[in-house]
Design a protein around this ligand. Structure first.
Ligand code: URA
Length: 441
């Protein structure tokens, strides 16, 4: 069959075979299938969906479309962690050194921010000198030597996803569950780790606004990881308010370093402890849940995770002194408190708007990789459930341009909704999806 017949097949709701999917992926990456035909196919998939078998074939075909990273030279189990994207999500910056301090190697490729969500690579680039472009040789050597390496995605890793994602972005076909699952998991499988933890966000700041959709995405991705022989756990977590207090690249690094000093916000620390506990267990390093949790907590108390962070920064060309002195990070020239003029309990914080306010300040990056200002962002002093009195500081804005700060201020005030009666915040950790099935946390 040619591509036209395959588009018709999908349009009519019939299942594509593995060979047909390979033909499509290779043809598209190789330039024999033009964008207009691939767009039509993606739209057919958008409406018809893909079966589990098709999704698995698509994932494997995309994963093999470029280089498959071989981490076998690095001794022991290698762990990877992925978040589907959130606001204020600096978990990797804290979790990775904690795990490495507990003896589990973290070798991970990270992405830049997407839309209103931040990216780990942008955050790390706010550390003076830190290189996020390691060669594959450097990446594996460093992972072997210090148990921790993190780099941006290489050009040759899953080229099919790069090309298809760009097309989805402009054809209204991003929000299709099986396409999202295969896009994320193809990159995870090509990155060579043995154990994978997926943080699937749900809520106003997440791609999956509804919890039921997040559970389904978690289920599909876990199934793809397990089918490929990787120990995979997905945890569905709340993104109905930013994680921690800081949103913005350098501000988030500052908060992550505070967390490594034992002064992290409760929600961020809890995610790190829980994710780390699961990863230590599935990697086989520890069999007892309590022991794994104890190890994670101790990595902070003993200062071992902070030390590992400084070692990591130094290994990637950054100034390790940042671990003790966050004044080395870029700072915005204007710092402005947002004073509230009403009172009540914070009922809801629209995360996407918080992310958009940071973009307005100049700290967001679209897929086109515009230059961004790493110093800007927002520190929210109040979380859902907190009482707010007239005259309280709701947030502090860090910016370099008064006009954009005025716009961001309106967005920020509009993002926080108050209630007269006390509010119970949503549960931070909702569901765990693993080879044991879907369990309430
Ligand atoms: N992140 C990805 O990598 N791919 C998607 O399709 C959506 C989010």
């Amino acid at each position: 069959m040619g591509i036209r017949e395959l588009i018709e097949k999908k349009r009519d709701g019939r299942e594509l075979s593995g060979d047909e999917i390979d033909y499509i992926i290779q043809g598209y990456v190789g330039g024999q299938i033009p964008d207009y035909q691939m767009s039509a196919l993606l739209m057919a998939i958008f409406f018809r969906g893909m079966s589990e078998k098709e999704t698995e074939e698509m994932t494997l075909s995309m994963a093999h479309s470029g280089e498959m990273l071989d981490l076998s030279a690095v001794k022991g189990c290698k762990a990877d962690k992925h978040s589907t994207g959130g606001v204020g999500d600096k978990t990797t910056l804290v979790l990775a050194p904690m795990l490495a301090a507990c003896g589990l190697t973290v070798a991970k490729m990270s992405g830049r921010g997407l839309g209103h969500t931040g990216g780990t690579i942008d955050k790390l680039e706010s550390i003076p000198g830190f290189s996020t472009r390691l060669s594959m040789e450097q990446f594996t050597r460093q992972a072997g030597e210090i148990g921790l390496a993190l780099t941006g995605q290489t050009e040759n890793l899953v080229p099919a996803d790069k090309k298809i994602y760009n097309l989805r972005d402009v054809t209204g076909t991003v929000e299709q569950m099986s396409l999202i699952a295969s896009s994320i998991m193809s990159k995870k499988l090509a990155s060579g780790a043995d154990v994978i933890l997926l943080d699937v966000k749900t809520g106003s700041g997440a791609f999956m606004k509804e919890e039921s959709e997040a559970i389904e995405l978690a289920r599909q991705m876990t199934a793809l990881g397990l089918a490929a022989g990787k120990e995979t756990v997905a945890i569905v977590t709340d993104m109905d308010q930013p994680l921690g207090h800081a949103v913005g690249n350098a501000l988030e690094v500052r908060e992550a370093i505070a967390a490594l000093h034992g002064e992290g916000p409760k929600d961020l620390m809890e995610l790190c402890y829980v994710f780390g506990t699961y990863l230590l267990e599935v990697s086989g390093r520890v069999t007892d849940h309590e022991e794994a949790r104890g190890m994670m907590e101790n990595s902070i108390k003993s200062g071992a995770a902070l030390q590992k962070f400084a070692q990591w920064v130094e290994a990637q060309g950054g100034d390790p002194a940042v671990a003790e002195n966050t004044d080395l990070l870029p700072r915005a020239s204007i710092v402005m408190d947002l004073i509230t003029e009403s009172s009540g309990f914070i009922e809801h914080i629209d995360c996407e708007s918080i992310g958009r306010a940071c973009e307005r300040l100049g700290g967001g990056r679209s897929r086109k990789e515009d230059a961004i200002d790493l110093s800007v962002g927002v520190v929210l002093h109040k979380k859902v459930g907190d009482r707010l009195e007239n005259g309280d500081v709701l947030a502090t804005m860090h910016g370099n341009d008064l006009d954009s700060m005025k716009e961001a201020k309106d967005i920020l005030f509009g993002a926080c909704h108050l209630s007269r009666t006390p509010v119970e915040p949503g549960k931070l950790i909702r569901w765990v999806v693993s080879k044991n099935g879907i369990e309430k946390y």
